[in-house]
Design a protein around this ligand. Structure first.
Ligand SMILES: [Zn+2]
Length: 326
């Protein structure tokens, strides 16, 4: 049995096979407004991500359907697995024996009515689209972004762990201007994506370093022997929570204890800048049972250690009866 080219393209999507897709699609054509090579490259990354994700079952099948919005009435396919996860819905524009275009559709009416979870597929930036001409202002701002990007990326190549001086300096140099860029409107640019990411992570790292400096003061205070008393310690914790409300925030950073660094996205910094914050947070977790029930309930779930929970549950049954008439 031989398959038509169209059937083979659909099958390549089903199998998340970017290599075959690259062989079947046409070098001369654009897909979803971008050159074929970029289209295939992004879908290769996207497919790899799905294949590496242990929670995704890769038995996708194509289900036909119709666009109800962007190009109403055009035919396409939803790719759905046996668990009802859909990795994308596409319009496939048909020639006689090939597809002249393939693009993501966000208003798709699929014949599969059991889709439980939608992934969106790939969105391309405006400046990646064939024929997009940057204006003079856009070119100037692109240049600024590339300089910032280049500076941080070459530093990342040299040093796995960035120095505090470097990130402070880089942040000071680029953050204020970045916020003032005129290009942030309805358009999306490929050259701002990574910077936004780096800046966000650096901002996060710097604010946690500041919290860590504050934490050091509280740790120092705790050395006073008056805090051996549970009630005094509880007062200390309450004061601390008022001063550092973020102490009960879950730290969105990965700690590498072997190599002594902490990662905020791609930004690694020396663990020593964060030690006091981590120490203080641990201390809070271990002593969370000292806190009043109402405060305890506002803490993250993983702070409610089994001992804290059982102690408090027992206590609060009585407390509840006394304090609240329900
Ligand atoms: Zn559509």
């Amino acid at each position: 049995m031989s398959f038509t080219k169209k059937q083979q393209i659909i099958a390549a999507f089903e199998k998340l096979d970017a290599f075959t897709l690259s062989n079947l699609l046409d070098d001369e054509k654009t897909y979803q407004d971008v050159p074929k090579s970029l289209f295939v490259e992004r879908y290769r990354e996207y497919f790899d991500g799905l294949k590496e994700d242990a929670s995704v079952i890769c038995d996708f099948k194509a289900y036909p359907g119709k666009c109800e919005g962007c190009s109403k009435g055009k035919i396409g396919y939803s790719f759905v697995n046996s668990e009802g996860t859909c990795f994308g819905e596409f319009v496939f524009v048909e020639d006689e024996d090939d597809f002249s275009d393939i693009y993501v559709c966000h208003d798709f009416n699929s014949t599969n009515e059991d889709i439980l979870d939608h992934y969106n597929g790939i969105t391309f930036c405006d400046d990646e689209k064939v024929g997009y001409m940057l204006t003079f202002d856009e070119l100037v701002e692109k240049d600024f972004c590339l300089r910032a990007l280049n500076e941080i990326q070459s530093e990342l190549k040299k040093n796995k762990i960035l120095s505090l001086e470097f990130i402070k300096e880089w942040h000071k140099k680029y953050n204020p201007h970045y916020g003032d860029l005129k290009i942030f409107g309805s358009k999306h640019y490929s050259f701002t994506l990574l910077i936004t990411n780096y800046l966000g992570n650096i901002r996060n790292a710097l604010s946690f370093i500041e919290l860590s400096n504050k934490s050091a003061l509280y740790l120092e205070l705790l050395k006073d022997k008056v805090f051996a008393d549970d009630e005094a310690k509880m007062m200390w914790m309450m004061a601390c929570m008022e001063d550092i409300p973020d102490i009960n925030l879950y730290l969105h950073a990965k700690v590498n204890e072997e190599e002594n660094y902490i990662s905020f996205g791609r930004i690694n910094i020396d663990l020593k800048y964060m030690t006091d914050y981590i120490k203080l947070q641990k201390l809070f977790q271990q002593n969370s049972n000292l806190l009043p029930y109402s405060v305890l309930m506002s803490l993250p779930w993983d702070w409610k250690t089994p001992s804290a929970m059982t102690d408090t549950e027992n206590d609060c049954e009585r407390d509840d009866d006394e304090e609240f008439p329900f």
